[in-house]
Structure formats: C-alpha cells, structure tokens
Write a protein that binds this ligand. Structure first.
Ligand SMILES: [Zn+2]
Length: 140
C-alpha cells in the first residue's frame, strides 16, 4: 500500500498538469514500512526525444541524483510517477518494459489538462506483469 502525503501529492499533480499534453515524470521519496509513505516528490525532465504525448524516459543520472538526495534526507526512493495525458491511468506494455521490480509506479491520468484519477502498480521480478497496488492520496 502506498500513501501519498499532501505536499508530495500537490507537487505530482501540479507537474502532471503543467506538462500536459505531454507526459511528465518524477520520483517519489519517503519511508518504507508496512505501508510506503511518500513524503516528497521530485519532478524530473521527460528525456524522451520522440513524441512525449505517450512516452516518457528518465535519465539514469537524474534517477541516481534523486536516490542520493533521498538518502541525504534520510528517505528512500519509493518509486516513479508519470502521467497519461487524455488517457486512463493503466500500466502500458512500454511502462512494464521500462519498469523496475523494486519500485512502485504511480500513473496519473490528466484529462483536458486537469487531474482525473491515479493508480499504482508494482511490477513482478520478471517484468512480465504488474499488480495493482493500493494507493491513497489526500482528497482536496
Ligand atoms: Zn505510461
């Protein structure tokens, strides 16, 4: 179960809406326990060089820097978030191929430039399937 705190959630939604109609991406930092609590979110640049309406790519060095930042703050890198502009929050075949089994993946659906809904996924070790993970965020 992944629980996102308000400050982190506001950052994720703002990033997803401001990058619309392109996909946004970023990382979620927090504490791992019985549940994963996301305390802050770091927007990263979508490095995909083709059309970004339905693709995102994280630079490995950005991910590494975010991981260092998390450790420096006593947090852990819980997972990665990205948006699906004018599309539902499902985990696509491309998402699965580019995933890592040790992270949680939050997908935010943004429709017409406004946040619509979100889902969280946890890929299996072989990256052949991703289970839906329970996700909660502050309703405003
Ligand atoms: Zn996706």
């Amino acid at each position: 179960m992944v629980k996102i705190e308000k400050a982190a959630w506001d950052t994720m939604v703002a990033h997803a809406e401001s990058e619309f109609p392109n996909e946004c991406c970023g990382v979620m930092l927090g504490a791992m326990g019985d549940e994963k609590v996301v305390k802050s979110a770091v927007p990263l640049e979508n490095a995909y060089t083709g059309g970004q309406q339905d693709r995102y790519e994280l630079r490995p060095e950005d991910l590494l820097a975010a991981d260092r930042r998390a450790r420096a703050e006593g947090l852990e890198l819980i997972g990665i978030f990205h948006s699906h502009p004018d599309c539902d929050a499902y985990f696509s075949k491309t998402d699965l191929e580019n995933s890592c089994p040790w992270y949680s993946f939050v997908v935010l659906s943004v429709k017409g430039g406004k946040f619509d809904h979100a889902n969280c996924f946890q890929p299996n070790a072989d990256q052949t399937a991703a289970e839906k993970e329970e996700l909660t965020w502050p309703k405003s």
